[in-house]
Design a protein around this ligand. Structure first.
Ligand code: ATP
Ligand code: MG
Length: 555
């Protein structure tokens, strides 16, 4: 195939071949979330794939809510899913569909299958159905209700719909083959009786279609050409094909790819829901969550998530992707775009003894060394500063180049200072203040002739700095595989959030919620929605250290 500059993978190759051969004229894909939770980074992979293919091949991608299971679905989830897909940068151009809107047609198709002798009402309980299904090595047994007449089936199915029978007392089953080697083909259930209020169809229905029955027909009705799903549906594909073939309607085709698994993370919506419901996190958008909304609040740019999805690619082989790759993609985008500021996360007072008490000056600081167009800003300086507590050391180890008695460091953008003394809190023995002398001729931070200054530290001026809240995050789980030991709740990291009182330069007051910045030396941060003009709140998006690029560089 010629090089088109498009991403390449086995699914895109199939699509390209279908277009070239004329088998398909316009590509139509869909992203089919069930609105029973918020979207997570795994869904982002599916979104990028489905919307990406549609875009690259000049086709369309529908957003379809796969809402056939009323007990767990909710309007809140529908809204969050739309917000997240849009934020990721994709547009369904008004093609929002709901499986629930197909309930009447799905019902009519089921009637058609009954008339063809391809479906029957079965009175076995759920337990009896699964007990007679057989196993991988053993054929299933025919239901005693399998030979019901078409008339009886039509009558019973209509009465199921009319609400004449209790929940779970009957099902509609496809009449296929109880001895099929594929268990999914052993007369699978198409409808169950369930008196549940549906967030969209209300109480109009007391029977609900199963995923396997509804999904293929929804695809067909929308003219989906390539129905792309994760590998666990591969063994459902014969059933997908069977329904469409029996009904003689448009034959959408299903293709399967490996789902995304990430280290240090759980991804099933059931587990994410329990983290939220049981209060282990503050909500679906808690910045420690692997949800799209959590990552957005944490400060991950949508572009970084899209780049990550492009880098991991699309294959048929299950694996676990290192979380460090996602963080690498986040740093990569933020490094280019995030303006730099100075803030001190663990403040220690520093006094410049030879700097006049009443003197104020401002110094020129570069906004983004990666982007000359970002320009510079003025940072106020003064006699009393705050520095990071760990940038001073009373008895420094070897190769410690920051402040210690007698040593000189550069205050970023400001002056070279020499540590002349320090004070301790007599009660705690903790360092309470550092005293320095500055070299007035080093304004801007230039080292004096012939002297090498190895350490550069950041600072803020005590008289003008802004008190902020810095939320520092660690991994939500203590284990790379949170399931280790069988209980992911037991592996929750009790220290995954640390809230600090920090001091930042006054320029941060102009930031708005969602803005993404770098605090020099301590990481990338985003302004949280809890921020107020008087007290900014920052989420640390990611630290500056990139373990992934070091791994890659080492080869
Ligand atoms: P979960 O297992 O997290 O509850 P799900 O598959 O039940 O997910 P759906 O809402 O049905 O959630 O998923 C919508 C689409 O996203 C499906 O096509 C599904 O295959 C895909 N998807 C879900 N999880 C992943 C993942 N980890 N990687 C890639 N695609 C995924
Ligand atoms: Mg699903």
């Amino acid at each position: 195939m010629e090089d088109t500059g498009r991403p390449r993978d086995f699914i895109r190759d199939i699509v390209a071949t279908d277009i070239e051969s004329g088998r398909c004229k316009v590509v139509k894909t869909r992203f089919p979330p069930e609105p029973n939770g918020y979207l997570h980074i795994g869904h982002a992979k599916s979104i990028c794939l489905n919307f990406g293919i549609a875009k690259e091949f000049g086709g369309t991608c529908n957003l379809r809510f796969d809402d056939t299971n009323p007990s767990k679905e909710d309007m809140e989830y529908v809204e969050s899913i739309k917000r997240d897909v849009r934020w990721l940068g994709f547009d369904w151009e008004g093609r929002e569909f709901h499986a629930a809107d197909y309930f009447e047609r799905l019902y009519q198709f089921a009637v058609e299958l009954i008339k063809k002798g391809r479906a029957y009402v079965c009175d076995l309980s759920a337990e009896e159905v699964s007990a007679t299904r057989g196993s991988l090595t053993e054929a299933g047994r025919n239901s005693p209700f399998r030979e019901r007449s078409v008339e009886e089936n039509l009558d019973l199915f209509a009465r199921m719909r009319a609400g004449e029978f209790p929940d779970g007392s009957r099902t509609l089953r496809a009449r296929i083959d109880m001895s099929s080697p594929n268990i999914n083909m052993r007369d699978p259930v198409m409808y169950r009786i369930m008196r549940e209020h549906h967030y969209r169809s209300g109480d109009a229905w007391c029977i609900y279609p199963t995923y396997d029955y509804a999904h293929c027909i929804s695809d067909s009705m929308e003219g989906i050409t390539h129905s792309i799903c994760t590998l666990e549906f591969e063994i459902h594909r014969p059933l997908y094909d069977w329904f469409l073939e029996q009904l003689g309607i448009y034959r959408s085709r299903q293709f399967e790819f490996a789902r995304l698994n990430l280290s240090w993370t759980v991804m099933s919506k059931r587990k994410l829901l329990s983290l939220v419901k049981d209060g282990h996190v503050s909500g679906w958008d808690d910045p420690r969550m692997p949800t799209i909304s959590g990552m957005r609040r944490r400060g991950y740019p949508a572009e970084a998530i899209r780049n990550f999805c492009a880098q991991i690619g699309v294959t048929k082989y299950d694996g676990i992707t290192d979380f460090a790759l996602l963080e690498h993609c986040v740093r990569d985008v933020l490094n280019a775009v995030a303006p730099r500021f100075m803030a001190v996360l663990d403040p220690l007072k520093l006094t410049i003894v030879n700097y006049p008490e009443d003197r104020r000056e401002t110094l020129d600081a570069v906004n983004n060394p990666e982007n000359p167009q970002a320009g510079s800003r003025q940072v106020p300086f003064g006699r009393t500063l705050f520095i990071e507590r760990d940038d001073f050391c009373e008895n420094p180890p070897k190769k410690y180049f920051r402040l210690f008695p007698g040593n000189e460091v550069r205050l970023r953008y400001a002056y070279i200072v020499k540590c002349v003394d320090f004070a301790k809190d007599p009660a705690t023995g903790r360092i309470s203040e550092v005293f320095c002398e500055y070299l007035p001729e080093t304004r801007g931070g230039n080292a004096p002739e012939g002297r090498k200054i190895k350490g550069t530290i950041h600072w803020v001026a005590a008289s003008s700095c802004v008190e902020c809240e810095a939320r520092l995050y660690e991994r939500l789980f203590t284990k790379e595989d949170p399931e280790e030991g069988g209980d992911f709740i037991a592996n929750i990291n009790p220290a995954s959030l640390e809230v600090r009182k920090a001091f930042a330069e006054p320029a941060v007051l102009s930031l708005k919620p969602d803005d993404k910045i770098q605090f020099e030396r301590t990481g990338y941060f985003s302004v949280d929605q809890d921020s107020t003009p008087r007290r900014p709140v920052f989420n640390r998006t990611v630290t500056l250290k990139d373990s992934w690029s070091r791994l890659v560089a080492k080869g």
